[in-house]
Design a protein around this ligand. Sequence first.
Ligand code: PMP
Length: 765
Amino acid sequence: MDAPSTRRSVVESPRPSFSEPEAAEIAERVFGLAGRVTPLSSERDQAFLVGDGARGGGVLKISNAAERAAVIDMEAAAVLHVLSVDPEIPLARPIARRRPGSGLEAYRDEVAGPDGVHLVRMSERLLGRAAVAGSSLDAGALRAFGAVVARLGRAMRGFRHEQADRELLWDLQHVLRLRPWVEEIEPPDRRALVSRALDRFERRALPRWAELRSQVIHGDVTLENALLDERSRIGGIVDFGDMSHTALVVDLSSALESLLRGRDAAGALRAARSFIDGYEGVTPLEPLELELVADLTTARTAMTLVITTHQVAADPSRADYIDASAEGYWHLLEVLDGVDPGEAAAALGAEVPSEAKRLGARRGTVLGSALTAPTYDPPLYLVRGEGTFLFDEGGRAYLDAYNNVPVLGHSHPRVTGAIARQSRRLATNMRYLHHAVVELAERLVETMPPDTGLDTVLFVNSGSEANDLAWRIARAWTGRTGGIVTEHAYHGISDAIAALSPEEWRAGAPSHVETIAPPDPRRIASDAWAAQVDGAAAALAERSAAPAVVMIDAAFTSDGVFRPDPGTMRVLVERSHAAGALYVADEVQVGHGRSGEALWSFVADGIAPDLVTLGKPMGNGFPIAAVVTRAELVDRFATTTEFFSTFGGSPPAAAAALGVLAVIEDEGLVARAEEVGGFLEAEIVGIGSPTIEQVRRRGLTIGVELAGPAPGELVARVLNRMRDRGVLIGSTGPRGEVLKIRPPLSITLEEAAMIAPALAGSLAD
Ligand code: PMP
């Protein structure tokens, strides 16, 4: 057998056999502690309670003769280290011997016995019940247990010791070395059960072991080594004898091995989840750790059974300590063996995708017919995004040339990190003071040109809500009820804003809304365009619905993407004010740098809106939106209502939005938008296809209008062909005749260079 040799001697050499009077004599002579002596159970050493415990007392440990001083010293060093980092972790402080000694040596001494020389030490006595049945712990106790294990691991992070690298038999990373001992297990079905657990470890955990975070860990935080108080909360952790430098998640497997015993499969998974909840409240687990924790708990249970079976075979006197609990371990191993490893991982929080086809059917059944249809046929099932790429379940990468919400690229670590950290720390609402939301509002106001007077920010959760709020503020200010928008605009889903979104009209125009054509010089001359507002306002006034707002998306994205000539937006705002309406710059799409000219397109257009609405990319995927306006408008609004949005401006949302603003600046994304946008436009024009009617662009929003009798159908086909080629784009325009290319602003020139060839090929198809 080739199990690690250093520990084999400890595991296989006999337990010390000092009598109680001998132990009492040692306690008094060596450590100066007198009192009644009570033996405690121990696997390979001897332990005694000294004193009555009510007023102090201690625990005397007489080590196996094979134990080495360096290992004992490491245990004392670890306890002292943990207590210095996190003094609230209930550990037994080592007690110094009477004889002077330097450093850690002062915490041990030697005594002679029939088997040789034994190291002895004394530690404070901790109060509590040991070896409580794991199945008696409820969810609260399991969570608390998980939190203590995590704190212990956290406190040991910075602990180093040369002995921690010794090869320890009980270190799960060496579990496969136990295979020769598996042969000793009877009957054969139990032997097969243990072999399956080791095979599972070899197949699922071993190949990825090097990816797991590692440090020195306690290694045996079981209920045997935990003292619980009357509420089943940990009042003490003892026995650092199985410490080693190994994967952090190994601590979870030892704890779970003891907490899950005596439960059925469903109960065990639920209990494990509660324990992990507690652990993650202190130290979030990495995806791989979550994926493997069930496999490691299974391997740990098998390991316990292999080692203890071997120990009993080698030294039948140990059977009293070992056999009593063996059936509980066997039952647990059967339970763990009965759950599919993937399902166990999913139950413990690992991400396990389902299958695309079934998902499509389930979506159709439960989400109803009003929901927008999936863009591609067959629909895409995406499981991951990184930068400009999205990945499907099979791992295929798609260049995302469509989504503007992940303005920084998918899953930007600055934002995901900010959201996760803030969610862990605090997620409340605007009824309390919080620095992030105030800082965000100040940052946003700083980005507004001072002469606009845009000095006040209101936070909501979606572009629709921002526009709805802007609409209400404008109505309160003007006392009017009408609105003017472009012919095929989209501004949102609320009742009021759906009325201002002709793209969504199914039953004609509401009587309080008038539309104007987008700035398409093929339809209306540039210098006549803004004057459309006059006619629209007059028509509304005739219907007793004079305009409260003119609401414009300055990339005209839903209208098919148009770029107004310089100066025309200024005239539009003048005409709006002349008509008595407020001007709402809907920057939900074109804002946050997409115009390629400025953070906000209205700044590039040289106008001063009365209200600015922000959304979509504002949290790079986390819901947050805002209205920025002048204090006087909000003051008037405040006379009509109070404003509060449960999630609006929550600390995680504010943290996300602050991250977005910072990264746009740090990565120079406004300039990038213009650079890549210009490059893409030239590339697409360069295709020279007769099927392309016109290429239009505002910053990094590009509309490619297709020609022909049924351009909408052509667009739908091109989208699917592009998807087949690994490039995702969308469509827009009143007849769906325009290809919409609107990638994250983080897209590089190399990535953007993939788009035109894919488009050329798709058009040729
Ligand atoms: N305004 C514009 C210009 C938009 O493009 C959208 C969303 N497409 C909205 C408002 C509405 O935003 P949300 O979907 O977040 O409600």
